[in-house]
Design a protein around this ligand. Structure first.
Ligand code: GLN
Length: 308
């Protein structure tokens, strides 16, 4: 993987630590969010952004591209991205987000995103290796532990400060899961509530930043938030539409998933998070994505994993 990233990573991690700390409260449940990556990155905190960013990022990038051109056989026009140069695309995910990613019966990550990135890997002629990690650690790990991340990840300006995104491949919306029969129906009803979220997600940001007087319980695994909802430890859970619907059917009769439009939540777009500045990788992945859409593979995956 990449050399230049060591320097930029310090800056990335600092951002990640700030993000993790910006949220209100860590869940006091059986499986509270531990923020392993955030903890690990604390060592990096004393490297200030000013030190790490200005000289490190841009020149290193040019150097890297130059060495690609020299060192690769098919250099020139289609020069190979450094992330792909070893023939392996290491992909980070958080397999706790069905139907986009989950651990299958054999203990392997599977789901729409996993199938999609494998199809992309096939188009690019590289092996895809999937690393299952905490969602909150994904962005900071791009360029070190992983090349890219696919995890039902919403494109946000905050994330764009540290990573690039592929073209968007799916529209999403936050939903609100409530216990069956609970009286929550509008944005007003969420004020002052105890809300379960997955740590570092857009649902977390909404609960923490956009709704007044909330107590936010953050979990690394969405299902733990849902279990605490059923146990009465939180009033509702804010999570993306498709996982909300999966959980609703899994815990049928106990919980209800409410459309985020009722709460005026905005539309979100999922995309693959990429190392910042690797234009070649972005282009190759976007081209593969277009091909996969054009040849019907994408629709097949939607049918298999999302609309089944
Ligand atoms: N779409 C949400 C986000 O990007 C949640 C993703 C997830 O939990 N895997 O924050």
């Amino acid at each position: 993987m990449k050399k230049l990233v060591a320097l930029t990573l310090a800056a990335v991690m600092t951002v990640s630590v700030l993000t993790a700390c910006g949220s209100k409260e860590t869940a006091g449940s059986s499986t509270p969010a531990e923020g392993t990556e955030a903890d690990a990155s604390k060592e990096g905190q004393d490297v200030s952004k000013e030190e790490a960013e200005p000289e490190a990022q841009e020149p290193a990038k040019e150097e890297e591209q130059a060495s690609d051109t020299e060192g690769t056989e098919n250099a020139g026009e289609g020069s190979v991205s450094e992330a792909l140069a070893d023939g392996v695309l290491t992909v980070g995910t958080n397999a706790e987000f069905p139907p986009f990613e989950y651990v299958d019966d054999n203990g392997e990550p599977d789901g729409f995103d996993i199938a999609l990135i494998k199809a992309i890997g096939e188009k690019l002629g590289v092996e895809v290796k999937v690393e299952n990690m905490e969602f909150d650690a994904l962005v900071a790990s791009i360029g070190s532990k992983i090349d890219v991340a696919i995890a039902g990840m919403t494109v946000t300006e905050e994330r764009q400060a540290t990573v690039d995104f592929s073209d968007s491949y799916y529209d999403a919306l936050q939903y609100v899961i409530i216990p069956e029969g609970a009286e929550i129906a509008t944005a007003e009803d969420l004020v002052g509530k105890t809300i379960g979220v997955q740590l570092g997600t857009t649902g977390d940001f909404i609960a923490t930043d956009d709704i007044e007087g909330t107590t936010v319980s953050q979990y690394n695994k969405a299902v733990d938030a849902v279990n605490d909802l059923i146990n009465g430890r939180v009033d509702c859970v804010i999570i993306d539409k498709n996982p909300a619907l999966v959980f609703e059917s899994k815990f049928e009769g106990q919980i209800k998933a409410l459309d985020g439009a009722q709460f005026d939540f905005g539309v979100e777009n999922y995309a693959i998070a990429l190392p910042k500045g690797d234009a070649d990788l972005a282009e190759q992945i976007n081209t593969a994505l277009k091909d996969i859409k054009a040849d019907g593979t994408f629709d097949e995956l939607v049918k298999t994993y999302i609309e089944n």
